[in-house]
Design a protein around this ligand. Sequence first.
Ligand code: NAD
Length: 359
Amino acid sequence: HDWEKRVRYSCRVKTEKGIVVLVTGAAGFVGSHVSLALKRRGDGVLGLDNFNDYYDQSLKRARQGLLDKQGVFVVEGDINDAPLLKKLFDVVPFTHVMHLAAQAGVRYAMQNPNSYVHSNIAGLVTIFEICKSANPQPAIVWASSSSVYGLNSKVPFSESDRTDQPASLYAATKKAGEEIAHTYNHIYGLSITGLRFFTVYGPWGRPDMAYFFFTKDILQGKSIDVYQGLNKVDVARDFTYIDDIAKGCVAALDTAKKSTGSGGKKKGPAQLRIYNLGNTSPVSVPDLVNILERLLKVKAKKNIISMPSNGDVPFTHANVSLAHTELGYQPTTDLQTGLKKFVKWYLSYYGVPGRISKG
Ligand code: NAD
């Protein structure tokens, strides 16, 4: 009873638009930021997360604490738990689902392939199934990934570019998700918007990502491995600041059309969209390290090594003109500015080395 009360309280709506969102992966990096952004403007927001141990669970708990303070309840559970989802939908008529829960990371798939199938394929289908049967059917916004472009040599990457050569199992499951989205849109009239995020970074970020563990290792005086691509070409990423991504997610949610229901025949076709959300200006990993050295005021010990063939791609670069035109998406934070905010958060959360330490 108390549980139901908390669910309802979390979903109370403070605007006329009446938007109530189920955010999966809410204790995650992107999910926590997006949940807060939605809550801040008065939407009803309920989180769902299984708090898995892919990385430091205490960081997920800390994000949960942050959400809790702002009135967002994060239900602990798996996206494959259909009865739990049914229970949530019985209590709350969600207008939208922001589906951000997934098994992220490229290298982890070498040892844990089934985790990707479980969360990114089976879990996605479970989410689409519950949305299909819900009344009203919520519009869905979900996270795909820039990794679907694989070893694409044509830059910048546009949504219409080929995505038939995923370089990792992670990428393959995201690509599969896009195909599955097509089917649910086509057969059941679900409104589905997929967002291809490009290397998201910022405060409350993911400890398994390079900018994060570089910061940790540089501060601890440990050496860092800096990968080089073929022919000693620097690896580069289109690093995108979390606030820009969160804004893009909210804009995608606001632009998502209502689902039309089975077949979509009566009310016209339901929306099926896919957008790049990136920063449009790739930075090489050596330049990333230079920025971190300046911000941390510590010189990094670097091992320059060739990139192992574990699923990473050498280069990413987003063309965001479609998201700009249709969502009004416009990234505004350069890497230097965004990393400054990340480092500030990192030092306040983990403490200055030698004084306090959590990690
Ligand atoms: P994250 O790991 O911090 O967040 C994902 C959250 O989902 C975690 O809290 C995890 O506990 C939860 N989760 C995982 N499997 C679950 C399951 N089966 N049931 C319930 N909860 C589950 O990752 P993130 O960086 O916030 O990524 C969010 C989404 O964006 C993911 O879909 C990811 O693939 C995608 N993405 C992220 C990036 C990036 O650079 N961060 C880039 C491209 C795509």
